[in-house]
Design a protein. Structure first.
Length: 90
């Protein structure tokens, strides 16, 4: 029998509760479903990245060919490579 999740007055109270309780006492994870949250935007962080000018120029040219801003193009390339690396790991 699963326990009932209590009502929380604020996020701090909820955070404290889940830090000291096991979610399997309250939820049947076998029945869980994946959800897509289309309006949820990932947190971004600004970084500084030094690249040779020639590389930056090449990136801008390639981005222009795809009709996307070059910084977005860099993120696309990075994500594709990350995905490739994840799929290559056994």
């Amino acid at each position: 029998m699963l326990k009932q999740i209590p009502e929380f007055h604020d996020e701090d109270a909820e955070r404290e509760f889940w830090a000291t309780h096991d979610s399997t006492d309250f939820m049947d994870w076998e029945k869980a479903r994946k959800m897509t949250l289309p309006r949820l935007k990932p947190t971004t962080r600004t970084i500084s990245l030094r690249v040779p000018e020639s590389m930056l120029n090449d990136l801008k040219i390639l981005a222009n060919k795809r009709d996307v801003p070059y910084q977005s193009f860099i993120k696309i390339i990075l994500q594709e490579r990350i995905d490739s690396e994840h799929s290559a790991v056994p």
